[in-house]
Design a protein around this ligand. Structure first.
Ligand code: CP3
Length: 355
């Protein structure tokens, strides 16, 4: 979607910060801001599974708006998950209660890789694209931008191969090390699926795109360079065509921060394991940064939470291009009152500093 200079959403704090333009206060949103810590979400989840919520555009729209109605957030993120794109490729996905995601037919052999499809996102993920169109209609009058997202090729490959979350990535790294041809074919397919899905989300109305490479910090810098970077770069290249800013997020990325940057993105998302000022030193001033409060800080008493939020903002030091966020997704049982106070504090503190 083209962003005209007169469009109020294009001039929102969040999109201005993505472009490293000055803002009246630091924009803030929270990864996984729609979810189980909210009573409104749990209420809907009593009646529907998570995949049902994702696949019914009206319900996905409703869940997307829940945190926007409760808090003064500067961006919405479409309610979906990183794993449904794997279904379109031919994998069977289930969220098992109390255990997390399961792929019932994980990718283990060269034949498994060869069988994977690269479907058109309108056909395989039309429900999320439709949800984006619905949310955009609701957010237009509120002046709030919408973020679309996808898992990055490595993080998706790890679920596709392991069949679940993993601690050591024995099978995923195993394929990478022992059968690099299959790894390459798999990552090529994933980069196309991811890039086209992101592009389709921007065309459906998402004004920014986030690539979640949540588990990439499990890799050595050399493995990242050789076996992951080219595919993340390819996905970003495809997605860029729509012109929406891209946030490239990973956790535990201290050893590969420059390479993440090299793969692409207008904004780099970092977690709390790196100091924000150190991250900026390494990345340079011509990129925006998103982060990086420890999500556990939201469980602390308010004075402690406030001090930690202030420390993040002081490290950002008013540089243009800071988007306040957590370093990873908000946790279940997070006290809602602390979320409200945190969001308001970010605006108050930075609005005062830079009137
Ligand atoms: O940020 C948002 O509010 C948008 C929605 C969103 C969800 N998942 C909804 C969800 C986003 C951006 C994600 C991303 C996601 N999903 C990631 C990358 C980000 C991260 O946190 O690392 C990953 C690795 C997944 C995979 C996934 N989905 C797992 C491991 C689980 C189960 C564990 C858990 O946290 O419950 C999910 C389920 C899931 N996706 C939930 C939500 C709100 C909770 C499930 C529920 O309602 O029961």
């Amino acid at each position: 979607m083209p962003q005209s200079p007169n469009d109020p959403i294009a001039q929102s704090r969040f999109l201005r910060a993505c472009r490293r333009e000055p803002v009246d206060a630091t924009p803030v949103w929270l990864m996984r801001q729609a979810g189980r810590y909210m009573a409104e979400y749990r209420e809907l989840r009593r009646k529907h599974t998570i995949l049902e919520l994702i696949k019914a555009p009206e319900l996905a729209c409703e869940v997307t708006l829940q945190p926007l109605n409760a808090f003064d957030l500067d961006a919405a993120i479409i309610f979906a998950d990183i794993l449904p794109p794997l279904e379109g490729m031919g994998l069977s996905l289930e969220f098992v209660k109390g255990e997390g995601p399961r792929i019932h037919n994980p990718v283990r052999t060269p034949q498994d890789v060869a069988r994977l499809r690269v479907p058109d996102p309108e056909e395989s993920l039309g429900f999320t694209l439709e949800a984006i169109r619905l949310v955009r209609r609701e957010l237009e009058s509120r002046g709030v931008p919408l973020i679309g997202f996808s898992g990055a090729p490595f993080t998706l490959a790890s679920y596709a191969i392991e069949g679940s979350g993993s601690r050591h990535y024995l099978r995923a790294k195993g394929m990478m090390m022992a059968d690099p041809r299959s790894w390459h074919t798999l990552m090529e397919k994933l980069s196309q699926v991811v890039g086209e899905y992101l592009l389709a989300q921007a065309r459906a109305g998402a004004q920014a795109l986030q690539l979640f490479d949540s588990w990439v910090g499990a890799l050595s810098p050399e493995d990242y360079r050789q076996h992951v970077l080219p595919y993340s770069r390819r996905a970003i290249q495809i997605a860029r065509e729509a012109g929406a800013p891209i946030i490239h997020f990973g956790t535990n990325t201290n050893g590969m921060l420059e390479q993440i940057r090299e793969a692409g993105g207008d904004v780099i998302g970092v977690d709390w394991r790196i100091d924000l000022s150190a991250a900026w030193e390494r990345l340079g001033s011509d990129v925006a940064i998103q982060g990086n409060l420890d999500p556990v800080a939201l469980f602390a008493p308010w004075p402690e939470l406030k001090a930690r939020a202030q420390a993040v903002l002081d490290q950002a030091a008013g540089r243009p291009g800071h988007i306040f966020n957590l370093g990873h997704g908000i946790l279940p049982h997070t006290p809602v009152e602390n979320v409200r106070r945190l969001v308001d504090f970010v605006h108050e503190y930075t609005g005062q500093q830079r009137p």
